[in-house]
Design a protein around this ligand. Structure first.
Ligand code: IMP
Length: 230
């Protein structure tokens, strides 16, 4: 089925997909990677205050599923969550799933980067990788998962002013640039998130069919439950 056919089928329904994040950097990258698809993409900044899911999983996959299923349930809409982070070899994989909160529960990117540089002071091995797991969930729970990683090294001082998070410290050796020195398109062409999104985009046709089928099942189930209550 071509994208034009989906457009036709979805024109009246305008299937909404919520990106389960308030992080504007992440959201912009995901929206850009999925811009050609016939879904109306929103993120959590488009809704009123909703509670934050508890991110207490031990893996990116667990946390991605928690965020996607929680958001889908609370908003009653399909949700796409990204759980991602930086794993540094000599720090035994830290900051890992705690990347956003590395230097404290309300840490800023600057504080996290400063802590990373402190922890790596004097260390010769600067190998690191970014990991990303995407989870796409419907309100009743089932989800699809995509994951990817990107290898690089941590510099001893920031370079570049684009991107977010650890981007200014993460050098991608094949291009000789940090992620913060790349345009969003260039970063997406090599990054963990870009690669995972490409996998999702490559089979978007299948994904959309899966989504529509699950949502129709949910509607039928709700209809049956309402009839039982009456
Ligand atoms: P999450 O929102 O719990 O998935 O936290 C992800 C955290 O990992 C972000 O707040 C950043 O600190 C870091 N991170 C993930 N992906 C990237 C990236 O593409 N660039 C820079 N930092 C990232």
């Amino acid at each position: 089925m071509s994208k034009e056919t989906w457009n036709f089928e979805l024109r009246d329904r305008q299937q909404v997909l919520v990106i389960a994040t308030k992080n504007k950097g992440k959201s912009a990258e995901i929206k850009s990677a999925l811009r050609d698809f016939p879904v109306l993409i929103k993120d959590l900044n488009d809704f009123g205050p909703i509670p934050d899911p508890v991110e207490d999983g031990q893996t990116f996959e667990e946390n991605a599923y928690k965020k996607a299923s929680f958001t889908a349930r609370v908003l009653g809409l399909p949700a796409l969550a990204d759980d991602s982070g930086l794993e540094v070899k000599v720090l035994s994989g830290a900051p890992g799933v705690r990347s956003a909160r590395y230097s404290g529960p309300l840490a800023t990117d600057l504080e996290n980067n400063a802590k990373l540089l402190r922890e790596l002071r004097g260390k010769v091995n600067r190998k690191a990788r970014f990991c990303c797991v995407l989870s796409l969930a419907v309100p009743s729970g089932p989800a699809l998962t995509y994951e990817a990683s990107c290898e690089g090294v941590i510099l001893d001082a920031p370079r570049g002013d684009k991107g977010f998070g650890y981007d200014p410290l993460f050098l991608y050796p094949p291009l000789g640039k940090t992620f913060a020195e790349m345009s969003m398109e260039q970063k997406l062409s090599v990054s963990h998130r870009g690669l995972a999104l490409r996998e999702l985009a490559n089979e978007f046709e299948k994904v959309l069919q899966w989504l529509l089928k699950r949502l129709a099942e949910e509607r039928r189930r709700q209809g049956r439950e309402e009839m039982c209550v009456k």
